[in-house]
Design a protein around this ligand. Structure first.
Ligand SMILES: Cc1cc2nc3c(=O)[nH]c(=O)nc-3n(C[C@H](O)[C@H](O)[C@H](O)COP(=O)(O)OP(=O)(O)OC[C@H]3O[C@@H](n4cnc5c(N)ncnc54)[C@H](O)[C@@H]3O)c2cc1C
Length: 344
């Protein structure tokens, strides 16, 4: 397994914060796999380049850039499990100011510093929220993890912007069982912020218009306006409500507005077709791409999802690759029915 970062585990290691998923648990599983014979090669960026590393990519000096083409000759089968890591950006005026980061830059650096300091009580994250007014833009799980992490750094205040309306406490009439209940969910970050500052940090139906400069190229705040989803405008599915302009102070802004899909470089280098959402095209349950011997599983195949799906797809892909190499497979796979013993 080639991994471009310095530790194995993907988002389970460097995305989900330690207080939510203890990295010792993740490492224990990795050690078991290593003991079972899996060879892990870290700091190995397949199809990467120094230019690609300049963005949100890894910046370690020890990084090795691996040409993907020879891998097809060297190995009988390849599995792409590269995740869906391209963050959605917010290209409004002032985006270039210092102090505005993607959630993953913030969370990755925080966990790396914690692990490098061997879980010491005090460690120095490369981006610290200590003493700052923090605004997290985006109301999903990643945003919650940014809130929880900022609180642990000791932020001065916390506000969380969400573009959508506040969901109802109970299912709406147009959202019956068994559809996914679109109701207000209060996660650990929201509860902790409310406990510390007295209020739920979330502001719903709010649009960020402009990042403000402190005069030295650092972010000082955000200009916002409230929006009305019941009145679509020509240019957007909502309209801005005149007179609701407001300025929020911030010295740290974290962008957690979801992910657009997998990084395309390695997909293009292998000339793999993608679906409408830019994910690698490979049928669920089969995991084979159009290219002979190349398989895809997890977030790079289905888009940003959940750990249970990543594990299920990994096991399914192992079964599919075993069958491809050996003609058949006894490996258990969640999407391939196992032969059940006859009922007694
Ligand atoms: C902040 C955050 C919090 C989350 N919280 C939860 C949660 O609480 N519960 C839950 O179920 N899910 C959660 N998720 C989602 C979950 O983490 C992912 O769905 C899951 O990790 C996907 O697994 P994956 O193996 O497909 O991809 P990833 O975990 O993204 O792993 C992909 C790996 O491939 C490496 N890679 C990519 N390209 C290359 C390359 N060219 N060469 C070498 N290596 C490469 C990456 O560095 C990465 O380590 C969260 C996600 C985020 C971002």
């Amino acid at each position: 397994m080639f991994e471009r970062h310095d530790r194995i585990g993907g988002l389970l290691m460097y995305g989900i914060p330690n207080m939510k998923l203890d990295k010792r648990t993740v490492q224990r599983r990795i050690d078991l796999m290593a003991a079972a014979g899996v060879e892990f090669v870290t700091n190995a960026f397949v199809g990467g380049s120094p230019e690609l590393a300049a963005g949100d990519g890894p910046k370690a000096k020890s990084i090795r850039y691996i040409d993907p083409a020879p891998l097809r000759e060297e190995y009988d089968a390849l599995l792409l499990a590269t995740g869906a890591t391209v963050p959605r950006d917010l290209p409004i005026p002032g985006r270039e100011l210092n102090g505005i980061y993607s959630a993953m830059t913030f969370l990755h650096g925080n966990t790396k510093a914690l692990l490098d300091a061997e879980y010491a009580d005090s460690f120095t994250p490369p981006i610290s929220a200590a003493g700052k007014d923090v605004i997290v833009i985006g109301g999903g799980d990643t945003g919650t993890d940014c809130i929880g992490t900022s609180l642990r750094h000791g932020c001065r205040s916390m506000v969380n912007f969400e573009l959508l309306d506040k969901p109802p406490a109970e299912r709406a009439a147009n959202n019956p069982w068994p559809t996914w209940p679109k109701i207000l969910r209060t996660d650990y970050g929201h509860q902790e912020a409310a406990a510390k500052f007295g209020d739920d940090p979330r502001q719903f139906a709010i649009l960020s218009k402009k990042f403000l400069d402190d005069g030295n190229g650092n972010v000082a705040g955000i200009e916002t306006i409230r929006i009305d989803w019941s009145q679509p405008a020509d240019s957007a599915p909502f309209s801005e409500i005149p007179g609701t302009e407001q300025t929020y102070p911030a010295q740290l802004v974290l962008l957690a507005m979801g992910f657009l899909g997998p990084e395309q470089a390695i997909i293009e280098q292998f000339k793999l077709p993608t679906d409408k959402r830019s994910n690698v095209q490979a049928e669920y349950g089969k995991y084979a791409t159009e290219a002979e011997g190349i398989f895809a599983a997890g977030d790079c195949r289905r888009g940003q999802s959940l750990v249970v799906w990543a594990i299920a797809e990994g096991r399914g892909a192992a079964h599919a690759i075993d069958a491809y190499l050996m003609g058949s497979s006894d490996l258990p796979a969640p999407d391939v029915p196992l032969e059940m013993p006859a009922a007694v």
